[in-house]
Design a binder for this molecule. Sequence first.
Ligand code: SF4
Length: 367
Amino acid sequence: GMPSTPLKPLAVRRKSRQIMVGSVAVGGDAPVSVQSMTTTLTSDVNATLQQIAELTASGCQIVRVACPSQDDADALATIARKSQIPVIADIHFQPKYVFAAIDAGCAAVRVNPGNIRQFDDKVKEIAKAASEAGVPIRIGVNAGSLDRRLLEKYGKATPEALVESALWECSLFEEHGFRDIKISVKHNDPVVMIAAYRLLAQQCDYPLHLGVTEAGPAFQGTIKSAVAFGALLSEGIGDTIRVSLSAPPAEEIKVGNQILESLNLRQRGLEIVSCPSCGRAQVDVYKLAEEVTAGLEGMEVPLRVAVMGCVVNGPGEAREADLGVASGNGKGQIFVKGEVIKTVPESKIVETLIEEALKLAEQMQDE
Ligand code: SF4
């Protein structure tokens, strides 16, 4: 099997009740899971299943699909049956689609309190159907669609407003004995979002789904999400995460997984430790790091590979890693487990590192 060093997260996890989203436990002591949402028309069953398969391959654990029409609702049963990961139906306006999603075998349903005031009289039936089917509900509050009543009370989507909206909606379900719930309170501003989740974490024991909404294009969205999730997860808050990017959903999964790995909430996979380069560099570090990263892509063993531009910090870092190179004088010293095993010309650095990485990976898998 794979060698696994015990993970040391920064904080003790907030105690939340555990729910099951299909086969994936969320909350309690379950590992923080990563999810995304499809961008296909849900009614296009083949395209949606294709995208779910890609997401699954990139490490997505739970997937959400939008359900804005009857055609989408009709597609849910096939999608839920054929998907390899639990499928959550995302429903905004129509209670009938909530029932359809439950009947279709969806693993969970997401509802938005701001948009479901007209659900009030339906909550009892929804709670009953969900409870009989063992289907949890995500109360998904979004700053952009906050309940009018709370907008008027608070003037805008403040943390207090987001939390009050979420807990009010929970109370409607609790009145019917339904507590199979997870909550999100999303905002596009990480500062507001962090404050909202902190407040929410104090006021209930439901598992929390973290998200910065409308986070933006890949670069900005990645940073906003990493900062916001990092702040919360480092305090033990958060049970499942969704990175929102204006980019293909598989990118969201890559970012989400990397955030969890960075915080030791998940076993690290391949890790490239490369120097930023500086005036001492005797080799094109960016190019080297890129080529090594590309050459090792898809490798799943937890391998630390150091790519260093010169012999100042190079040997030190390369020694700490499983494998590394310290460059200088048109040559590269190749380190394996702290020992220089050979010195190769610059043109051979990448292929040598890849070769040695594969050897190490094989050894690790044999262990
Ligand atoms: Fe500069 Fe060398 Fe450090 Fe890279 S390893 S940043 S080249 S001093």
